[in-house]
Design a protein around this ligand. Sequence first.
Ligand code: DC
Length: 217
Amino acid sequence: MIIAIDGPAASGKGTLARRLAGCLNLPHLDTGLLYRATARALLDQGQDLSDRIAAVAAARGLALTDFDEDALRGPRMGDAASIVGSIPEVRAALIETQRDFARRPGGAVLDGRDIGTVICPGAEVKIFVTASPEARATRRALELKGRGEKIDFAAVLDDIRRRDARDRDRAAAPLKVADDAVLLDTTKLDVEAAYKAALAIVFSHADPETLVSQSAG
Ligand code: DC
């Protein structure tokens, strides 16, 4: 069973994807890390984020196992990832890695921007997680505070809005709701309520026999 979870920055999709994967004994891929790691590699090499040739080489050189998640979630990395993610050749270079992951025996949970629309259009369950920009900025600000960083709420909100616009308006695999995705608005939901709602969507869309064998496995 493949579960595709898409949504804008700080919508809570990563947390939901991780918990669903744990509950269903499925591997989980946070595809944002691929774009973040591509951007990190470019910055480390002193290359421009819009250098297509260097960006494609960096994307091709990634290994799923050596992500330093803490560094990749640092300040400005989300925006940097969004810039390299708008390069069509970078997206093309990362497609097979994501599809191979999704094809693992038993399936997988993948979260990102284009999982239900481009990477796994045949996924059994598709959830598009969203929340208002203000709610997402509040969550992101709390997360940054937890990491000991100084918060400027207006700047965090601005970053979210800019990233939304770039991810939504790009030509290649833009952020959008797949026709057959279920919309989950978490603006007024806490983490627990959002998880219960996501689980209910999975249970109402997945094949019951698959669910029984997944949770027994
Ligand atoms: O999910 P995230 O915030 O870690 O993603 C960071 C950026 O990476 C996001 O703003 C756009 C890009 N991205 C993408 O273009 N496609 C994906 N499937 C995942 C992330």
